[in-house]
Ligand binder design. Structure first.
Ligand SMILES: Cc1cc2nc3c(=O)[nH]c(=O)nc-3n(C[C@H](O)[C@H](O)[C@H](O)COP(=O)(O)OP(=O)(O)OC[C@H]3O[C@@H](n4cnc5c(N)ncnc54)[C@H](O)[C@@H]3O)c2cc1C
Length: 418
């Protein structure tokens, strides 16, 4: 094998991982993506719209999926994770565990298996807000466009029924986890981020009150393929939501939780206020913030949202969220710093703008990188693994794409260093 044929491994198939993979492959490198979900796209695939243009995530993702499909130099494993890594820049040996999907490439996405399946599992896509059939397409625009048979029903009559309903021989209930060994010249680590576990911020009521959601859940609530088909319905009783309090820095910029700012949450809540204002004309949104962080080109988006007189931006911290038994809604209490007054307001729904924690906070690669106190990767360290995207720091999609393009260049250099 010539040096120019050295493979690049990309761990994580979110927007950062797929960008790095495509950019590297389009210069002629061979790239393998390893993704733990049954689909590519990461957290972006769970968004309803992107700020600042407010287009659906399908816009950017579909173009990338087409570039992957048309490029024979890119291959990928879904439902897979790295189990061991050894070696050094230019020469790594990596073992991957590929978990069974129980569906092979014959799948046409016809959905006959789901039609006959009566068992359900909580929807991870919708952050557990509803259930899906145990034979499911992970996402409306899933890539690869293939069903999954949930592990939970393997060995049951339900699984057999699904297999019998398939006209294409696509369901293989005998699939087992497989180990694949790869020899690669460079590794890009793009395992992204997870939302902060905001139930730890006890006074904000998440996990205790059904009408307190996180910002990532609100993305799903707003999505036409989400748990309510895009209708803003109160989880406790299905009533249409007319008033929403968005609580910024829910656990962020707080020494007891995440001392840092995630940078995107203010923009996400400004965007969220547009979701409800557009679909429920007599709705009102209240955004409680410490400082609105909408830097550079995002300032225009902020000022545009500010012009809506039914979106109130209130500078102040929320100290308590509790249930309001009379209305079935929530009582939000805190302070309005500018008015020098106490806030005591009843709303239908509270949305907590949760911070981003790095994918490496839970699973660190075996070959170590350099981390900060929160698990974000600060550099590649002696291992030579190249981090990309939100695993390095919270960032929006545009910055993730830029960072991953730079990571692709580094990976090409490393792979050819042998
Ligand atoms: C509420 C909210 C709204 C947002 N809205 C916007 C917006 O409108 N516009 C915008 O520009 N940005 C927005 N963002 C930011 C955006 O979500 C991120 O910029 C983007 O997700 C970064 O992509 P990534 O690939 O780095 O990480 P991720 O999207 O997290 O992708 C990482 C991928 O790695 C996979 N993975 C993780 N661990 C492993 C492992 N061990 N092995 C294999 N695979 C693994 C994951 O399954 C995932 O597919 C928002 C963020 C929040 C919190």
């Amino acid at each position: 094998m010539g040096d120019e044929d050295q493979k690049i491994l990309v761990v994580g198939g979110g927007i950062s991982g797929i960008t790095a993979a495509i950019e590297a492959a389009e210069t002629g490198a061979n790239v393998v993506i390893v993704e733990k979900n049954p689909y590519l796209g990461g957290r972006v695939a769970q968004l309803n719209q992107y700020f600042p243009k407010l287009c659906p995530p399908t816009c950017g993702l579909e173009i990338n999926f087409r570039r992957i499909k048309n490029n024979p130099r890119i291959s990928f494993f879904t439902q897979s994770e790295v189990i061991s890594m050894t070696g050094q820049p230019g020469d790594y040996q990596v073992k991957i565990q590929v978990n069974p999907r129980y569906v092979n490439d014959n799948c046409t996405g016809c959905g006959k298996c789901a039609e006959v399946c009566e068992a359900t599992i909580p929807s991870t896509l919708n952050y557990g807000m509803d259930s899906v059939k145990a034979a499911y397409l992970p996402l409306g625009m899933a890539y690869p466009f293939k069903y999954v048979i949930a592990e939970e029903i393997i060995g049951t009559e339900q699984a057999k029924k699904c297999a019998e309903a398939c006209h294409y021989g696509a369901i293989d209930l005998e699939m087992k986890p497989e180990t694949v060994t790869l020899q690669v010249g460079a590794i890009i680590w793009a395992t992204g981020w997870d939302p902060y576990e905001v139930e730890k911020v006890d006074y904000l009521g998440f996990g205790r009150f059904p009408n307190v959601l996180t910002s990532v859940m609100f993305e799903r609530l707003a999505s036409f393929n989400g748990p309510t088909g895009g209708k803003f319905l109160r989880p406790s009783d299905g009533k249409e939501v007319k008033t929403v309090a968005f609580v910024q820095c829910a656990g962020s910029r707080d020494d007891n939780h995440l001392p840092y700012c995630s940078g995107v949450c203010c923009l996400a809540s400004l965007k969220h206020s547009t979701y409800i204002r557009e679909r429920v004309p007599d709705s009102k949104a209240f955004i409680y913030y410490i400082d609105v962080r909408a830097m550079g080109k995002y300032e225009d988006f902020y000022t545009k949202v500010q012009k809506d007189e039914n979106v109130s931006l209130i500078k102040g911290k929320i100290a308590r969220v509790s249930e309001d038994t009379d209305s079935g809604g929530l009582l939000v209490e805190g302070e309005d710093i500018t008015a020098g007054a106490r806030v005591s307001q009843v709303v239908d729904l509270v949305v907590l703008a949760v911070g981003m924690t790095p994918g490496t906070a839970r699973i660190k690669p075996e070959l170590d990188m350099a981390y900060d106190d929160f698990g974000f990767v600060t550099g590649s360290g002696p291992s030579g693994i190249i981090p990309a995207g939100c695993v390095k720091a919270p960032m929006e999609v545009a910055a993730s794409v830029q960072d991953s393009t730079a990571a692709a260049l580094k990976a090409i250099q490393v792979a050819r260093r042998r």
